[in-house]
Write a protein that binds this ligand. Structure first.
Ligand code: PMP
Length: 424
């Protein structure tokens, strides 16, 4: 028995499913996931001494690679002053200034502790600001596990085949309306039907929780226009895309201005952080400046801020990083496309810059329905093969692969060679 298997046997007795987040479980929930010992750069090591090229990157925040020396140093230094005060600190001001001075659509920002909290809070602000109650989300977009968003959600909800979670009362989701990703008509219809009672349209500007689904040309601009026409706020959930596609996230990458944005783990460089921000007049609704209540004992935690600020400063100072990430994305995902073409493999490769995935689906994947048509058994076989040959990826068809600045051309070529063998 491997050490991972031993740990899993202990884990399932004390932790539901043996994991603290469902996306960590492998396809069969009875199978032990690899328990991780540590990671450096783009390499991750399990407790049995196996080494892998990591394409999970802690689901995005390790954009510089694991265990970055400067970030580690900042964490050690910050921890010498104490771990948490529950009081205002200078680093929080620095963080807010750093982001707001560089991202034009973020005039004010509030730190929270996770992407879930960021979304939950942004929705409350949108409702408080507009005085309306309905929210439009897209099937297959995941916005964390807040009750109102657990409807046609992607990510682990999609993997486990549970369409809506048990324990979510109908009342919590009655104001959530579901549109079809990449289909502006479906959005317009809901806006019209609801007689302009929609507070916000929330969208992953690149779908990354039903596998990767890029927005079609004009889709995000169309959402902007529809929101303006119907008096709804446009919220970009940039938990995955923020500071990744460009410093200003997908908004910067596609040149579309949302009213509110939500960010996540990437701001904390691996520490538990989320944030939401946007136009001043909207954000001034938040307590104690305004009437929309939102709070958090550990929000703006000094260690998390220290880690995150170093990461954001590196990203800002070296913006060539976005070119490099883009090139690495092309090398990997175009490389896979070439293999598929050469070998006549009928599957799809979707990607935007450093995010991408293979869909084991015969038709192009543009939304939730086409993503769900994927052959998850074929994905699972591929996942096992890659894992057993030293490539660590999300164990689900409906997640993204994440590249970091630490992935080298050699790592990517090695991955491509493995794929070449697999699809031979
Ligand atoms: N929004 C999006 C787009 C996400 O991908 C996620 C999780 N990856 C969340 C929200 C929730 O973030 P968290 O897991 O930090 O609560």
């Amino acid at each position: 028995m491997t050490k991972s298997e031993e740990l899993f046997q202990r884990a399932v007795k004390r932790i539901p499913g043996g994991v603290n987040s469902p996306v960590r479980a492998y396809g069969s929930v009875t199978e032990a996931p690899r328990f991780i010992q540590g990671a450096v750069g783009c390499k991750i090591f399990d407790v049995d001494g196996n080494e892998y090229i990591d394409y999970i990157d802690s689901w995005g925040p390790m954009i510089l690679g694991h265990n970055n020396e400067q970030i580690k140093e900042a964490v050690i230094r910050a921890s010498e002053n104490g771990l948490s005060f529950g009081c205002a600190t200078e680093k929080e001001v620095e963080m807010a200034e750093f982001i707001c001075e560089r991202i034009p659509h973020v005039e004010m920002i509030r730190m929270v502790n996770s992407g879930t909290e960021a979304v939950m809070s942004a929705l409350r602000v949108a409702r408080g600001y507009t005085g309306k109650s309905k929210i439009i989300k897209f099937a297959g977009c995941y916005h964390g596990h807040t009750d109102a968003m657990l409807v046609s959600a992607g990510s682990g909800v999609m993997t486990s085949g549970v369409p809506d979670s048990a324990g979510v009362p109908k009342g919590c989701t009655q104001d959530t309306m579901i549109a079809v990703y990449n289909d502006l008509n479906s959005v317009e219809q809901l806006l019209v039907e609801s007689k302009d009672q929609v507070a916000a349209v929330i969208v992953e500007p690149v779908g990354a929780n039903m596998g990767v689904v890029p927005p079609k040309e004009g889709f995000l601009q169309g959402l902007r226009d529809l929101c303006d026409k119907h008096g709804a706020l446009l919220i970009f959930d940039e938990v995955i895309t923020g500071f990744r596609l460009s410093f200003a996230g997908a908004a910067g990458y596609f040149g579309i201005t949302p009213d509110l944005v939500t960010y996540g783990k990437i701001i904390g460089a691996g520490m538990p952080v989320g944030a939401y921000g946007g136009r001043k007049e909207i954000m001034e609704m938040v307590a104690p400046a305004g009437p929309v209540y939102q709070a958090g004992t550990l929000s703006g935690n000094p260690i998390a801020m220290a880690a995150g600020l170093v990461q954001l400063k590196i990203l800002w100072d070296d913006q060539d990083i976005y070119k490099r990430l883009h090139q690495k994305g092309e090398l990997l995902f175009d490389g896979i496309r070439n293999i598929f073409r050469e070998k006549n493999v009928p599957y799809q490769v979707n990607s935007v810059s450093s995010l991408g995935c293979i869909f084991f689906a015969k038709e192009p994947v543009t939304d939730y329905a086409s993503a769900k048509a994927s052959d998850t058994k074929a994905f699972s076989d591929y996942f096992q093969y890659m894992l057993n040959h030293g490539v660590h990826m999300a164990p689900s068809q409906f997640e993204a692969m994440f590249l970091s600045d630490a992935h080298t051309e050699t790592d990517i070529q090695e991955t491509l060679q493995l794929l070449q063998q697999y699809f031979a």
